[in-house]
Design a protein around this ligand. Structure first.
Ligand SMILES: [Zn+2]
Length: 242
């Protein structure tokens, strides 16, 4: 082999090596997309090989959307977890009762949708307990899970959750639909399906404003994930699979 050909051959080898290094980096970056934070008191997702996901809906129950969402879930043999506010349960107790009858889980999302991290420990405990009490009166069940409005937390919030015997649950960072901003049905669908992994917790809203896009996206998501072999579980069921 001439020196010149050897030189070209060497460049080809280098190019192939660079390609593999590049692919390796790309794969590493794909794997490194963070799914949640690291705090032993908070669940963002659950590490499991079982093909399960937990769908969650915040801010309800709402008359104009929650019954539709329950209907779609039942049609697709799926369960979900509803993080309800005490105020909304007081307005719509019959809807939260329907959630329980349909085997959904009901979690605490505070009484007045307050930012717990901006209040005192005593205020946090009082608000959380007020929501718990209204949910218990409406459903006969005391929640075991708390999702904080705006996803905020600090040491005070963690202590208030412990004092009220509630486990803090957020959502997988790759599974935030931001459906509250009405980004379009296709965007909501792709935000769920693009990065979904076993053990993910998906964030939707069944209250706050018009949820037509969420209602249209949900059957598409349920059917796609079912075809891929996923089962739908409540957050408490998911946590037990840890
Ligand atoms: Zn909320």
């Amino acid at each position: 082999m001439s020196l010149r050909r050897l030189w070209h051959h060497g460049k080809l080898v280098l190019a192939i090596v660079a390609l593999f290094v590049g692919m390796g980096e790309w794969q590493a970056s794909q794997a490194a997309i963070a799914r949640g934070g690291k705090n032993p008191h908070i669940t963002w997702y659950v590490k499991t090989r079982q093909k399960v996901v937990a769908l969650t809906f915040d801010d309800g129950p709402w008359k104009s959307s929650t019954p539709h969402i329950l209907h779609i879930l039942m049609d697709n043999h799926a369960v979900a977890t509803f993080f309800v506010t005490g105020e909304q349960v007081r307005r719509n107790p019959q809807i939260v009762q329907q959630e329980i009858r349909d085997k959904m889980e009901v979690g605490n999302h505070t009484y007045a949708h307050i930012n717990l991290a901006q209040h005192s420990y005593a205020e946090d405990v009082a608000d959380i307990q007020k929501a718990n009490q209204i949910i218990k009166e409406a459903t006969g069940k005391t929640p075991t899970l708390l999702r904080t409005p705006y996803g905020t937390y600090n040491d005070t919030v963690i202590k208030a959750a412990q004092a009220t015997h509630l486990h803090l649950v957020m959502w997988s960072w790759t599974e935030d639909t931001q459906d509250w901003s009405n980004p379009g049905v296709e965007t909501i669908v792709s935000r769920v399906l693009t990065h979904i992994q076993p053990g993910d917790i998906v964030l939707f809203h069944d209250g706050g404003s018009n949820r037509t896009q969420t209602i249209k996206a949900l059957p598409v998501i349920l059917k796609d994930l079912t075809l891929r072999g996923y089962r739908f579980v409540t957050v408490s069921e998911l946590i037990k699979m840890h």
